[in-house]
Design a protein around this ligand. Structure first.
Ligand SMILES: Cc1cc2nc3c(=O)[nH]c(=O)nc-3n(C[C@H](O)[C@H](O)[C@H](O)COP(=O)(O)OP(=O)(O)OC[C@H]3O[C@@H](n4cnc5c(N)ncnc54)[C@H](O)[C@@H]3O)c2cc1C
Length: 320
């Protein structure tokens, strides 16, 4: 049995240069198989994830597009119900900005493959990131390019362009991915935030009796405990470890043996959300009413974001 400190890491603030590598890093966290990452392993791995329909992982690949008015307006022809996972706003001038993740665009396409804006997005993404879209084949339809005089081209916005948008547009179209190392209790609170994508270390697939984990469960100790209370908990956790190992040695699978594991078990969880949702999360989870172990990671994260993107986060007050 080991203990580690809680923490966080901003995986990818603004860069979207290698989306497939980013997805591999995130999805492998579920199985704790990051040691298998090599030069080009991401393509086969993510292809397998998509084929197995583990599409929640591709929610961490987020894209923003600028459309001219005509093409952008065709988004409004979609059923309102299909729009719930994409963001759609007017741009600075006549144009429209649409952002969302690979899964959201794919799901809309599956229901309405005729929509000209969605078809254009999917055609573009399929060519740029084929591994994410092997199971669909959008046509290049007349009207989505300069072939049609009425329609100017649409384009994907780069990170720098998104950062250069007015604040109100950045809130909706700029996304941030953060990895947290926390206990299972805190992670359970994090996933209550609905407007985000998640990937979490799996107690179903990770076998903590294995050599990969040095045959040891890992725990997060609360800073709120006295030394005496820490020791007392440790005695209890050793017994938990023994029982977990025993059940595994008796042939139970990790997903069944996990029933014995405590809430203090260390977990890793990746969260991707737009800046509007991060503001909401950070306001709630840094407040005095939030769990102390939640504040332990959210307050430093907010401080870092205040430095990195002050225009978005500066007004959120921290009550220490
Ligand atoms: C101090 C504290 C104590 C808590 N105690 C409890 C508790 O005892 N029990 C418990 O069950 N939970 C508890 N929670 C969790 C809480 O109920 C929320 O589930 C969690 O904070 C997610 O935040 P949210 O619902 O505001 O918004 P998110 O899920 O982050 O969504 C962001 C915003 O989107 C909108 N939105 C999202 N989904 C919907 C929807 N379906 N309908 C309408 N609008 C929507 C809302 O405007 C919302 O503010 C607690 C949270 C805190 C911070």
């Amino acid at each position: 049995m080991r203990t580690v400190k809680a923490g966080y890491e901003i995986i990818d603030e603004l860069e979207n240069k290698n989306v497939i590598k980013k997805l591999e890093k995130i999805a492998r966290l579920c199985y704790k198989s990051e040691n298998k990452i090599i030069e080009d392993s991401c393509y086969n791995f993510i292809s397998g994830i998509v084929r197995r329909k583990h599409e929640a992982m591709i929610e961490h690949a987020v894209f923003a597009f600028e459309f001219d008015c005509y093409l952008g307006c065709s988004i409004l022809d979609l059923d309102v119900g299909l729009l719930k996972f994409i963001n759609f706003t007017s741009g600075v001038g006549d144009e429209f900005i649409v952002s969302g993740n690979a899964r959201a665009f794919k799901d809309i396409y599956r229901v309405d493959s005729k929509n000209v804006a969605i078809n254009s997005i999917l055609y573009f993404l399929c060519n740029k990131y084929p591994v994410l879209f092997e199971d669909i084949e959008p046509r290049r339809i007349k009207g989505d390019t300069a072939e049609n005089e009425e329609v100017r081209d649409f384009r994907m916005l780069g990170c720098n362009e998104i950062c250069g948008l007015p604040t109100a547009l950045r809130l909706d179209h700029q996304y941030l991915t953060v990895k947290f190392i926390v206990d299972r209790g805190v992670s359970h609170e994090i996933v209550r935030h609905r407007l985000a994508a998640y990937a979490q270390e799996s107690t179903r697939y990770c076998n903590y009796s294995n050599d990969k984990f040095s045959g040891s469960i890992t725990l997060i100790h609360s800073e709120c405990l006295t030394e005496f209370q820490r020791k007392r908990r440790e005695d209890y956790f050793w017994k938990t470890q023994e029982l977990y190992d025993l059940e595994i040695s008796e042939g139970l699978t990790p997903q069944i043996a996990r029933g014995i594991l405590p809430t203090a078990l260390k977990t890793e969880i990746v969260v991707t959300a737009n800046l509007r949702e991060w503001r909401h999360i950070l306001k709630l989870r840094t407040a005095k009413t939030a769990h102390p172990q939640m504040r332990e990671v959210m307050i430093p994260l907010l401080k870092e974001l205040k430095t990195k993107i002050p225009v978005i986060f500066d007004d959120i007050e921290i009550s220490e």
